[in-house]
Design a protein around this ligand. Structure first.
Ligand code: ATP
Length: 212
């Protein structure tokens, strides 16, 4: 079996920025995958976003317009309560049969994996693609290393040949951009024009949730 993988890139996207889009795009190229950007509803392990779910979806739609490779999947926003990644992946597994699924995580999110609900079960339903992210100390806990070391591979063909269970590091262009920094700049009345997709500036209301 060798099938075109389906990759999932989840996040709060509060707001979506050029760092997200660059690494998602490069992951799509490296894996020759379809990539779905999946905004999370109530992230179980962090504070609520500033923008509402509808506002974050509107920003994602504006950011993704005009290209075919990155697709919005808003299913987690349609569920009540916290969006547990394991539930989403089990749902996708049922839809996609044996197609390889790849959960894309920035290096910071990957290091925090052991705090996630049912994290070890993620490997039963998906591969994990770790995206390099500058400014993030790459310290992995012993329990994470124990799970990950036997699963590590740099062989994209091997990943395409099985539905789940491997961990692959994807070396993407390092961009030290975060939504936190962008929110700070907007709140201070600054205009981080080139850290954000141009579509977000076409409709000024899109960035209103962040301006004081
Ligand atoms: P915040 O600053 O609000 O925490 P963020 O910029 O980290 O936000 P999220 O929506 O929380 O963005 O991140 C979603 C996913 O994107 C995570 O897996 C995160 O690691 C990854 N990510 C975000 N920015 C980058 C970046 N510049 N390079 C690589 N990965 C990134």
């Amino acid at each position: 079996m060798s099938a075109r993988p389906l990759a999932i890139f989840g996040g709060t996207f509060d707001p979506v920025h050029i760092g997200h889009l660059t690494v998602a795009w490069e992951a799509a190229e490296l894996l020759d995958a379809e990539v779905r950007l999946m905004p999370a509803n109530v992230p179980p392990h962090r504070a609520a976003p500033l923008a509402s779910a509808a506002e974050r979806v509107a920003m994602l739609r504006a950011a993704l317009a005009g290209q075919p490779r990155l697709v919005l999947d808003a299913r987690e926003l349609e569920r009540d309560g916290p969006s547990y990644t394991i539930d989403t992946l089990i749902e996708l597994r049922a839809e996609q049969n044996d197609r390889p699924l790849v959960l894309l995580l920035g290096a910071d999110a990957f290091a925090g994996l052991p705090t996630w609900h049912c994290w070890r079960e993620l490997f039963d339903v998906a591969h994990i693609g770790v995206l390099s992210r500058p400014g993030v100390p790459a310290v992995l806990s012993d329990e994470l290393l124990h799970e990950v070391v036997p699963r590590r591979s740099d062989d994209v063909d091997a990943l395409r040949g099985q539905p789940a269970g491997m961990v692959i590091e994807l070396t993407v262009t390092p961009l030290e951009i975060s939504a936190t920094r962008i929110r700070e700049l907007l709140a201070a009345g600054r205009d981080p024009r080139y850290l954000l997709p141009t579509g977000l500036f076409d409709t000024p209301a899109l960035l209103a949730p962040y301006r004081d």
